[in-house]
Design a protein around this ligand. Sequence first.
Ligand SMILES: NC(=O)c1ccc[n+]([C@@H]2O[C@H](COP(=O)([O-])OP(=O)(O)OC[C@H]3O[C@@H](n4cnc5c(N)ncnc54)[C@H](O)[C@@H]3O)[C@@H](O)[C@H]2O)c1
Ligand SMILES: [Zn+2]
Length: 689
Amino acid sequence: MTQDILLPSLWDEAVAAKLDEPGLLLYRSNLLGSDLRITNFGGGNTSAKVMAKDPLSGADVQVLWVKGSGGDIGSMKLDGFATLYMDRLFQLRAQYRGLDQEDAMVEALAHCIFNLNPRAPSIDTWLHGFVPRAHVDHVHSDAVIAIAASKDQVRLTQEIFDGELGYLPWQRPGIDLGIKLGRIAEANPHLKGVVLGQHGLFTWADTAKDCYELTLRIINKAAAWLDANMKRPAFGGEKLAALPPASRQEAARRLMPLIRGRISGAEMKTGHFTDAPEVLEFVNSNALARLAPMGTSCPDHFLRTKIKPLVVPAEADGATLDALLDGYRADYAAYYDRCKRPNSPAMRDPNAVIYLVPGVGMIAFAKDKATARIAAEFYINAINVMRGASGVSDYQGLPEQEAFDIEYWLLEEAKLQRMPKPKAMQGRVAFITGGAGGIGSASAERLLREGCNVVLADIDATALDEVVAGFAGRYGKDMVRGVVMDVTDEAAVVAAIATTVGEYGGLDVLVNNAGITSAANVEDTTLAMWSRTMDILSTGYFLVGREGYRVMKAQGMGGSMVFVASKNGVAASPGASAYCTAKAAEIHLARCMALEGAPLGIRVNVVNPDAVLRGSKIWAGEWSQQRAASNKIAVSDLEEHYRKRSLLQRSVYPEDIAEGVFFFASDISSKSTGNFLNVDAGNAVSFTR
Ligand SMILES: NC(=O)c1ccc[n+]([C@@H]2O[C@H](COP(=O)([O-])OP(=O)(O)OC[C@H]3O[C@@H](n4cnc5c(N)ncnc54)[C@H](O)[C@@H]3O)[C@@H](O)[C@H]2O)c1
Ligand SMILES: [Zn+2]
């Protein structure tokens, strides 16, 4: 048996000694949640029954601290726990008459809240309250679920845990299951916990430390037993060899926009790709064809992954995908029709979330990157469960009607209805060149604020790292990526767009913005200066625009390109002929692409900034001196000079340009293409004509 499958205890007495009971509960929860082998992200919950002074009466009362709705035990803080009067939970229990009151009982939990705690109690609260022990852990360990999802679940539970654990068949969480857990614990004082069929583990003890160590010991027992008793090779062995890593990436990047374009209807989808070893083992195996259609067994998994994945051949073209996706949707609609109840919510998005590609890996699509990534992680949990269960017994999916009743549970629906309205750019993917600079990073921030995924490309690696780290801190690391790229390097441009597609599944917004300045009278303009200016500002915009256009076309959902040109692209200015000409070329390139893109729904528009001094690196260097000299003023007077020169007498900032970029990037400008918008505080020489 391999040692690395065993979980070590991370309990530190020196830390624990300083903590009170709620502190110990939090400590134990964070330790348990720190390892995905113990429980999946957001899955599981922990509790402690603690004495406290009632704030109203001053009496000593027993309070249940239990992980509340939302959050993850690995990262939660004390405010993630709901607190409830134990005596009131028992009063509700006395009123409970039968299963048709389940949902009403969840609402009644609000009457039990202790100390006006704003954290909403979750439905799993019931699974902790009636167990007559101070501490209860509930975790979704893959090793335990593997046993719980196998055909011999009852016998195996008895055999592996030697009578230490009881068994309850799967039932949706609620007061009824809570009462059953309480009864089994009361009637069998020797039991240390219960395996819940298809779902996971409950353990209980008298102290926080005992409960933590018991949970680990049980999971280790399950993992060791599976390891020693599994039929090998797993999943009936390899049917097909994995493609080499680079070819896997390439195949995923080709497939993702094709799938994304076909499944993003009312809701834009963000993608996630993984070729983790356990994914490859499964998708390349002999058992794939048999196990994949059986669906994921654990409700916690399939609420994220949908009941079934879709298997897609690596070489599938558009027509093959159309047929496969139509088939999946028809199948889903039939499942909905077969299982729906008179009061079921309307059918939800019938597209698959998980796409398994033999030889290549797994692609997940969801409303945003974090949701797609987590869905993929949950499917890996499901793979682990199937590997274990089919290795020691037969794997069993959940009965279809039960799966449906969970998926379309009115309480789930209510949770969905409470979700905030999606932001304007949610699920979309933007690629911004010069993203580390003033206007590029301001535009990125504007789009991030609207829920857009953003890839920043820049030649300046140091500045890029800093900007990306800042955004990751403010908007979450899932939302932003950085790629070092020179817009004049064709291969680098192709690679950067491919990276974008691999990270997020496609491309919706392309902001051509990278730039430099150059200034000299015509007679002093060297060929080198001319060529460099043209290379970066016009050839660079062409290369990036062309590559983005190709992806948008393949994806088939249109798209929006925004070129950040300049007032100088419209109005000639002395002493900068290379710059002005290159900027004029950008504007004309945008118009040409707008013409060709229109039938495909690809819009191409231009924002023309002028004199954005603050935050811009191009104004930090020589350009300022030349502009100051050409206007016969001091560099320190430049901002004031430009402000006074503008019609509105106002300074222009990167954030102002970013508003223009957002306007063209988003659907509010959906009827505009081939346009330009000056954001320059007014300048008659650049009026549209
Ligand atoms: N700031 C202004 O007053 C002003 C006015 C009109 C137009 N513009 C245009 O706005 C755009 C952004 O300018 P900014 O003011 O934010 O300048 P900035 O210097 O702050 O940002 C430009 C970014 O482009 C990057 N870059 C330069 N060459 C590159 C290359 N070959 N490949 C990839 N990245 C490269 C730089 O590293 C920098 O991060 C430019 O196209 C500029 O011409 C700016
Ligand atoms: Zn659970």
